[in-house]
Unconditional design. Structure first.
Lengths: 190, 342
């Protein structure tokens, strides 16, 4: 019974991470609203800036409205992997917006453009010249690949959202990075 | 009870392993391909001698290709092995005892900065438009330019990226297509890459050196460029000139590659090529013209490549024959290939 419950829970968690709904414009959209009642407004803003600084290679901010809204463009690399072994299959560019309110924030990733990767002569995977909006019909022949890409984008979006949530949950305005010191042992007392 | 415990532990182990793998960065990359083909020459003879679709009226195999890549910090390696006629017989050299090493790529790379990296080992050549892997070519049979140029260049090279739109590679290389250079590292090569507008990239390549046993210094200039004109139409071009000093021949050629994608899964592409062998000493030049029409029908990792090809050899350099066995100035063939990439 316990095993069955665990299995059902695993399936449920898997399916949740593979769903990407559409917004009112008919665009695939990842949306998450998180409530953080214990985090002060100015701390939330500092947290958001720290998040974008940490993601500076993958997300470029275009504009912001004061300290309450941030807009930019991002890129995520999608991987085909099984048991930790695989290779990149493509990349998805997207628009990101993060809006802050008292005690909560809203994250939106949308306007996904998928660019498949191809293997070059040196065994590296590089993007092809043509990008396609995720909403464009893949046709019958490539439907399975397209479904995998959508699922992969949903998973990567969830990872970004989880990372954001972890950063935004911080309650101190200027947290000092943890200095990791190796564990010590005493060789004099025993 | 025992079974339940085992299942529980197994399930938890899988969940833990998955979590650990997601947390790890840059996993080992494994990729590759498998290809097989049928080719039928309309004169019932294996007339057209360019690479990889060479066996007449036979369902034949290409190769299984396996590539590994691992990146740790700024260092990475690529090891690519191939097994089968396309690899062992037709595109890689054997060792001194005629054993195949199976190596297509074997190199290490270190990125000193985001802009500068160095690579050393045995690498697919930087010259030319077409490559050995069937996954990266649109047509299944290859051009005369591909067959005449180098396949691999072992050496050490440095690449500097001025920006996303321009980079320069300079390197020292062995003779073409050898694991060991018997007359020392004897070639110098360079590649200038420019990408002036989105969708257009151009590579100007240069390679020069004295190969063991050659009659002179061989120098090749090569231009390889492709422009994605629209989402559906792509135009590629390859032009090359190779000369061996002391009037020891060489070649000149140009190939044009227009391709049209009717849907993401169905494309049609043409290759029109003119190729000229330079005469050695008093011998005259010999030229060939070839036109190849190929389809690409993709379903997941699988690509079907139906292809028809017509070659014109006015100087009889290819020794095409008719059904009767008499020499012919032309040859034509049909082929159907299936390539699976993973």
């Amino acid at each position: 019974m316990f095993v069955l419950s665990l299995f059902v829970f695993s399936l449920s968690a898997f399916s949740q991470t593979n769903v990407l709904p559409m917004d009112e414009r008919g665009k695939y959209t990842f949306l998450e609203v998180a409530e953080l009642p214990l985090v002060k407004k100015e701390v939330m803003s500092a947290n958001a800036k720290r998040f974008f600084k940490g993601y500076s290679k993958a997300i470029k901010l275009n504009s912001s409205e004061g300290d309450t809204a941030f807009y930019g463009k991002g890129k995520m690399v999608l991987n085909k992997s099984l048991v930790g072994v695989g290779h990149p299959t493509g990349e998805a560019k997207y628009n990101i917006s993060l809006e802050l309110r008292n005690g909560k924030y809203r994250l939106i990733l949308t306007d996904f453009m998928f660019t498949p990767y191809e293997r070059d002569r040196y065994g590296n995977f590089v993007p092809v010249a043509v990008s396609t909006a995720l909403e464009k019909s893949p046709g019958k022949l490539n439907n399975a690949e397209w479904e995998k890409n959508v699922a992969s984008i949903a998973r990567e979006s969830k990872k970004i959202a989880d990372k954001l949530k972890a950063t935004m949950s911080n309650t101190i305005k200027d947290p000092q990075p943890e200095t990791k010191k190796p564990a010590t042992v005493s060789t004099t007392k025993w | 009870m025992k079974l339940k415990s085992i299942l529980t532990i197994a399930l938890l182990s899988i969940v833990s392993a998955t979590y650990a793998q997601e947390a790890a960065e840059a996993p080992l990359q494994i990729s590759g391909s498998v290809d097989t083909y049928f080719k039928y020459d309309f004169a019932k003879a294996p007339n057209i001698k360019t690479y990889f679709a060479s066996e007449q009226n036979s369902v034949s195999i290409g190769m299984i290709d396996l590539a590994l890549k691992k990146t740790t910090g700024k260092a990475s390696f690529v090891g690519e092995l191939s097994f089968g006629p396309r690899g062992q017989y037709q595109s890689i050299p054997n060792g001194p005892d005629d054993n195949s090493f199976h190596i297509q790529n074997l190199y290490v790379n270190y990125a000193f900065t985001d802009k500068f990296s160095m690579t050393a080992g045995y690498m697919g050549t930087f010259i030319g438009y077409e490559v050995i892997s069937p996954v990266a070519n649109f047509n299944y049979s290859t051009s005369y330019l591909f067959g005449a140029g180098p396949f691999q260049n072992a050496g050490i090279k440095g690449t500097y990226a001025f920006s996303e739109k321009a980079s320069l590679m300079v390197g020292l290389f062995n003779d073409w297509n050898v694991y060991q250079d018997l007359n020392g590292v004897s070639h110098i090569g360079a590649q200038l890459m420019v990408a002036p507008v989105e969708g257009w990239s151009a590579y100007l390549n240069f390679l020069s050196g004295y190969s063991a046993g050659a009659g002179g210094t061989g120098t090749i200039f090569d231009l390889t460029t492709a422009y994605q004109v629209t989402d559906k139409f792509k135009l590629g071009l390859n032009a090359a000139d190779y000369s061996v000093s002391n009037d020891n021949g060489g070649y000149t050629g140009v190939a044009l590659y227009p391709q049209y994608a009717f849907t993401p899964a169905v494309s049609l592409g043409l290759r029109g090529e003119y190729f000229n062998y330079k005469g050695i000493g008093e011998l005259p030049d010999a030229s060939i013209a070839a036109i190849t029409l190929s389809g690409n029908i993709k379903a997941g990792g699988l690509t079907f490549i139906p292809e028809v090809r017509f070659d014109s050899d006015k100087d009889y350099s290819q020794e095409f024959v008719k059904k009767s066995g008499a020499l012919s100035k032309s040859a034509s063939q049909f082929s159907l290939a299936a390539v699976y990439a993973f």
